[in-house]
Design a protein around this ligand. Structure first.
Ligand SMILES: NC(=O)C1=CN([C@@H]2O[C@H](COP(=O)(O)OP(=O)(O)OC[C@H]3O[C@@H](n4cnc5c(N)ncnc54)[C@H](OP(=O)(O)O)[C@@H]3O)[C@@H](O)[C@H]2O)[C@@H](O)CC1
Ligand SMILES: Nc1ncnc2c1ncn2[C@@H]1O[C@H](COP(=O)(O)OP(=O)(O)OP(=O)(O)O)[C@@H](O)[C@H]1O
Ligand SMILES: [Mg+2]
Length: 370
């Protein structure tokens, strides 16, 4: 009876996939169907193949969390994302994160950045809503302590006006490391937690939280997306040891657990995702180009898919799936597919903006709009 149910559900999943999809998990499902239907594959071998990996079925997750384009839905229901980032040095990173959120399917994408960065980011795209509210130390250096405190209150007030409207924040792409600015951003994180707004912490946002773990500790709606360096710094600070590649999954699980069950997406050749309990990996082949900005696409993507997964959870009242984990799996899978497609078109000259242009086509291939 159970075997029959497995065959039927596996066949259902297989037939619902597009002809071009070829994930490892799909192949595994095909093996499962054949095995249960009496092919010559030995069951012990099959069980070993199934249990040896925590590889997630990213395409299946993408299909599950991506909402249909329902004409009854109004502007905003597909997601309102805000990126907190952008300073004198970096204007590309917040742009990449914010525009990726829109290209994946969010309805509105805001950027809260410094006054210097705002006109530059606006000039990249009229689609983004850009708030020139953050201040760096150099622009307030002449002020008294009292006036600096007033400036800080004004910055927080500007973000506070909008906070409850956002489905998710991305904190850190191109933020820089100015102490005054980071102090304001830590207050923005406290505000987000007060209103239960989920946030993805990336780039310089990770520099901030690594030095003040309390900002994310035990907040279940926090997702950290460290790259190699950022992960190393987190492990040293929180676990007081070095990165252990031999026990990468266990170490990631311990790290997430130690920070009170936040979700961590460790970027690398394979992306590893954990919330302190489960560990999943996404290893779909992406691109051999390592141009800067791909992590920014990922953080914008996690924000959108997390919002959609949370919406799905509240609509279906399904308590079993963790929206943050689903959001990470979906974003990682889509970024890798888009990077692969961009690389087939542009080869060595592939840039982050080429990958962004491929997000729509890659998602369409997995879950067609109509
Ligand atoms: N267009 C823009 O505006 C962009 C702005 N960005 C923003 O910049 C800010 C800082 O972020 P980040 O990622 O540059 O800082 P971090 O992680 O310290 O890396 C610095 C250096 O570490 C090294 N390194 C890297 N990977 C390595 C590896 N696997 N293995 C070994 N070494 C490795 C490598 O240095 P190398 O030693 O090779 O010279 C690399 O240059 C942040 O706000 C971010 O959002 C970016 O998003 C990009 C697009
Ligand atoms: N060696 C690799 N092979 C394949 N994919 C990789 C490799 N390293 C990183 N990636 C993928 O590229 C994406 C961005 O990761 P990366 O480590 O470049 O982030 P980052 O350094 O934060 O990027 P950014 O330049 O935006 O700050 C992730 O989805 C990751 O899985
Ligand atoms: Mg980065």
């Amino acid at each position: 009876m159970l075997a029959k149910h497995c065959v039927i559900s596996a066949l259902g999943r297989l037939t619902s996939h597009s002809p071009s999809s070829s994930s490892t998990v799909l192949r595994r499902q095909l093996i499962l169907v054949r095995a249960l239907c009496g092919s010559k594959i030995h069951r012990p071998k099959l069980i070993r193949a199934m249990s040896s990996s925590s590889e997630a079925d990213a395409e299946s997750v993408l299909r599950t969390v991506t909402p249909s384009l329902d004409p009854k839905r109004h502007k905003g229901q597909a997601g309102k994302i805000a990126v907190i980032g952008g300073c004198r040095e970096y204007t590309g990173a917040p742009y990449f994160a914010a525009i990726s959120a829109l290209k994946i399917g969010a309805d509105l994408s805001h950027v809260f950045c410094t006054k210097d960065a705002a006109p530059v980011i606006k000039s990249y795209s009229p689609e983004l809503i850009v708030h020139p509210v953050l201040e760096e130390s150099y622009s307030i250096s002449q002020l008294s302590e009292e006036d600096k405190r007033k400036v800080q209150e004004k910055v927080i007030g500007e973000v506070d006006k909008w906070m409850q409207r956002f489905d998710c924040l991305v904190i850190g792409p191109g933020l820089g490391r100015d102490p005054f600015l980071l102090e304001c951003v830590s207050k923005i994180m406290v505000l987000a937690k007060k209103f239960n707004v989920p946030f993805v912490v990336d780039g310089d946002g990770l520099f901030l939280v690594t030095n003040s773990i309390d900002l994310v500790d035990s907040y279940p709606l926090a997702v950290l997306t460290p790259n190699v360096n950022e992960y190393k710094r987190l492990v040293q600070k929180v676990l007081n040891c070095e990165v252990d590649e031999q026990n990468a999954e266990d170490q990631l699980r311990s790290l997430a657990k130690q920070i009170g069950g936040v979700t961590i997406l460790r970027k690398g050749k394979s992306d590893l995702i954990s919330n302190g309990e489960t560990v999943k990996s996404v290893s779909i082949y992406g691109s051999p180009r390592r141009c800067g900005g791909q992590g920014d696409i990922l953080s914008g993507g996690v924000a959108v898919f997390l919002s959609w997964a949370q919406q799905l959870k509240s609509d279906t009242e399904s308590p079993s799936e963790n929206p943050a984990i689903l959001g990470c799996i979906a974003a990682s899978g889509l970024l890798r597919k888009a990077a692969s497609l961009a690389f087939t078109k542009h080869k060595r000259s592939t840039l982050t903006s080429d990958i962004i242009e491929c997000l729509g086509e890659s998602l369409e291939d997995i879950c067609p709009a109509s």
